[in-house]
Write a protein that binds this ligand. Sequence first.
Ligand SMILES: Nc1ncnc2c1ncn2[C@@H]1O[C@H](COP(=O)(O)OP(=O)(O)O)[C@@H](O)[C@H]1O
Ligand SMILES: [Mg+2]
Length: 366
Amino acid sequence: MSFFSLLCCGKSVDGRDPKSSTWRVFSLKELLSATNKFNYDNKLGEGGFGSVYWGQLWDGSQIAVKRLKVWSNKAEMEFAIEVEILGRVRHTNLLNLRGYCAEGQERLIVYDYMQNLSLLSHLHGQHSAECLLDWSRRMNIAIGAAEGIAYLHHSATPHIIHRDIKASNVLLDSDFHAHVADFGFAKFIPEGATHVTTRVKGTLGYLAPEYAMFGKASESCDVYSFGILLLELASGRKPIEKLSLAVKQSITEWALPLVREKRFEDTADPKLGGNFVEAELKRMILVALLCARSPPDKRPTMLQVVEFLKGEADEKLATLENDAMFRPDPLGNSKGFVLTDKSSDGMSHKKDSKGDTRQETGRFLG
Ligand SMILES: Nc1ncnc2c1ncn2[C@@H]1O[C@H](COP(=O)(O)OP(=O)(O)O)[C@@H](O)[C@H]1O
Ligand SMILES: [Mg+2]
């Protein structure tokens, strides 16, 4: 389906009145002028789709403009999906769509500008040295992002799965509130369906095993990725750390042994300098590991995740803390186990400028 048939006459596919949302069509001329002709100095970031530029409209409002790198059918589809899905949803924790531009081969998406860029830039990127993420900000980011995803899974109709939840896709506004972004891989889940079988997309380190292996995408794949994101947020570690040239360790393999030994404080990001609320850290780490467990039906829903993180279901969490997964390993195998390069066999991936490995396709196609 072409982009224009998706958004024919400005109406979304369910025929809802477009006036209920506030996006509009921009002209290329307007966006060239807003971004100083996509000047390199205006560049905010880059992802698989293209570069994102800062801009200012004639009314003084600040925008971010994502510009497609190279036109292709696949890129056109990613563009159409993002505009279509983001145009339908409205939530304080989802990035707000201002509109789009499709002139000739130019494909541009216009969003609200997020002053504090991505969570990735604060955890591992250009802002990491500034240590702006104190514990209360981290907690608010966790709860906010969880609420945004819970809205997609449980309130949007049809339900939506994001399929690329990760630190570079959580943006932070001037108050460090989380806004989930980048809907290029998102999918609608038809009513009554438990999952959709699909070509594997997403980012290595965040992919749920059943999705990476069999292409089974459901809400619980986002829950898994969110679990990895929570561990990253609490610990400041990357989803996969290189221990040596050939040996890698996933963040769950690092965290689980510490939790089994009840050493929650050792999971905290050293950058916090010991300034965190112990009970909240414990909650965040337990919830993260519950999200990243298998099989998928053992994972909590995003609504439960929100409750856990807010401390509204502490009794239930205490029960889950007694689960076998958190008990000391009887084989004494609690020092952490490693993931070798073999774990990514059969998957092709490319690196974007942030060093993420964004998976293009798997060999397990649906
Ligand atoms: N609205 C925005 N405000 C500020 N920075 C943004 C905004 N949108 C994107 N960025 C920056 O650009 C990067 C890539 O954007 P994203 O939407 O994830 O693109 P892609 O689909 O190419 O991955 C983000 O990680 C972030 O650093
Ligand atoms: Mg992205």
